[in-house]
Design a protein around this ligand. Structure first.
Ligand code: 5GP
Length: 203
């Protein structure tokens, strides 16, 4: 069956567990890939070029924008983050679902001009739990954590723009919920239309 992949936006506050959820999801689904973003942020301990991000200088990032190579980009906590467009286009044509793990400003920009996507907002049980998770990560200063908490409040207030809200109380449950959404969305008539036509024409 010749079927295009789905573009899936996954957002949620820093510390909501998006990264862990995405890793588990990718292990469970060979029909789904993650878009690797470009960023001007410095690599955290253990992060690798081309696996976690493409790490860019400010001028390199500006050049990507100028050349029209980004599907979307946004400034977050003093750094730029953006989605390279070409790999996304290629994967979708090949029939792979592509996950954009991005923050809300960039997500809203994509939502404003593409209707063929599925958007999922991952939420945490409470703000107290979010703060605990950010401290547990241990990779950031107190000041950065405070700023990320402030951003998280703003992000939660934009959750209404998304198709689905998934609670990450326990990672395996959150992964299962997202799997259910992807499976159901892939059976929408609009995504099955080509298949139906093939069945009719080959009858
Ligand atoms: P972190 O610095 O924790 O890796 O990411 C900070 C925020 O930037 C997260 O909410 C993450 O989802 C978001 N982000 C990562 N890549 C992109 C991107 O390409 N575009 C946008 N708009 N946000 C991104």
């Amino acid at each position: 069956m010749n079927k295009r992949g789905m573009l899936i936006i996954l957002s949620g506050p820093s510390g909501s567990g998006k990264g862990t959820i995405v890793r588990r999801l990718l292990k469970a689904r060979d029909d789904t890939v993650l878009s690797i973003s470009a960023t001007t942020r410095s690599p955290r301990c253990g992060e690798q070029e081309g696996i976690h991000y493409y790490f860019k200088t400010h001028s390199e990032f500006k050049e990507l924008i100028k050349q029209g190579e980004l599907l979307e980009f946004a400034e977050y906590n003093g750094n730029y983050y953006g989605t390279p467009e070409e790999p996304v286009r290629k994967h979708l044509i090949e029939g792979k679902n592509v996950i954009l793990e991005i923050e809300v400003q960039g997500a809203e920009r994509v939502m404003n001009y593409r209707s063929d996507l599925v958007s999922i907002f991952i939420t945490i049980p409470t703000m107290v739990e979010l703060e605990r998770r950010l401290h547990e990560r241990g990779s950031e200063s107190e000041e950065t954590i405070c700023r990320r908490m402030e951003i998280a409040r703003r992000e939660l207030s934009r959750a209404f723009r998304y198709d689905y809200v998934v609670l990450n109380d326990e990672v395996p449950l959150a992964v299962e919920r997202i799997n259910t959404i992807i499976n159901a969305e892939s059976m929408r008539y609009s995504r099955m239309e080509n298949y139906i036509m093939e069945v009719i024409n080959n009858a």
